[in-house]
Design a protein around this ligand. Structure first.
Ligand SMILES: [Zn+2]
Length: 266
């Protein structure tokens, strides 16, 4: 298939797509052989994650500082130092090798929150406006989380949310502007289905929303509103990182949670 959607002469779209997939996998394997893999967290050899960084990421998840209007949220870790670099390597630089580790971390977070259960639906925050359902990086994290949690931990994931219209970027905005930016921006996809197939019934369904980074909580607040409007019982949210919490050196244990700077002067 050409970029403009027209079939290429003599090559079926399925064959071309398969060839591209094989070539891409071959190229990746070749680069892995030729280039030393560095750790995404600290650039040490033994990538994609060195043993030290794996240990760091295995530290206990914690409840986030409550944000007004936002469902209760648990975070797998903080958003500083090596934890932040690993998440950015996945999120911004597309290092898919980290999806499994980050998803397993979210599964531990889900179990620690006490919200896991065989009927609990995981709903990822959607990617940008116009992207295909379930194609975003958060959706992949949710799938890996569901895999890690197993059938006793969740009923599966369903990318039921989509953008009603394009939304402005949240970066650099304060809480009030972020809330305005997100208000009413999500709607439920018609005929939503589970990732593994089967129609999703949202009425009275316990739902845990999944996102990558919690900042002011504006996105999770809006996701919960849209889901509740369809009758879902949003019990909470799990995120990879809470921005503003204690740095990576203080992520072990269950002691004090430093208040995010957003809430020192609301
Ligand atoms: Zn490392």
């Amino acid at each position: 298939m050409d970029h403009d959607g027209a079939p290429s002469r003599g090559w079926s779209p399925g064959l071309l797509s398969g060839l591209r997939g094989h070539l891409s996998a071959l190229l990746t394997a070749l680069l892995d052989l030729l280039l030393p893999q560095r750790c995404a967290g600290c650039s040490a050899p033994h990538g994609p994650l060195c043993p030290d960084c794996r240990t760091l990421l295995a530290h206990g998840p914690r409840p986030c500082v409550p944000r007004p209007g936002c469902p209760p949220t648990w975070a797998a870790g903080g958003h500083a130092g090596r934890e932040r670099r690993v998440l950015l390597a996945y999120k911004e630089h597309g290092d898919g090798r980290l999806a499994g580790v980050l998803g397993e971390r979210l599964a531990r977070t889900l179990r620690a929150s006490g919200w896991s259960g065989p009927d609990v639906l995981l709903v990822p925050v959607p990617g940008r406006w116009g992207t295909r359902a379930g194609s975003g990086r958060v959706a992949r994290l949710a799938r890996e989380c569901a895999r890690g949690a197993g059938p006793s931990g969740t009923a599966g994931t369903a990318p039921v949310l989509r953008y009603r219209h394009p939304a402005g970027r949240q970066v650099g905005l304060g809480r009030a502007r972020r809330l305005t930016n997100r208000a009413g921006v999500f709607v439920i996809r018609p005929h939503a289905t589970f990732e593994h197939g089967g129609r999703v019934e949202l009425v009275d369904r316990p739902v845990v929303v999944v996102d990558d980074v919690l900042t002011t909580g504006a996105t999770l607040t809006e996701a919960a509103r849209a889901l509740r409007a369809e009758g879902a019982r949003v019990v909470g949210a799990v995120v990879s990182a809470e921005r503003g919490r204690a740095s990576e050196g203080a992520t072990s244990g269950t002691g004090n949670v430093r208040r995010p700077r957003f809430y020192k002067r609301p």
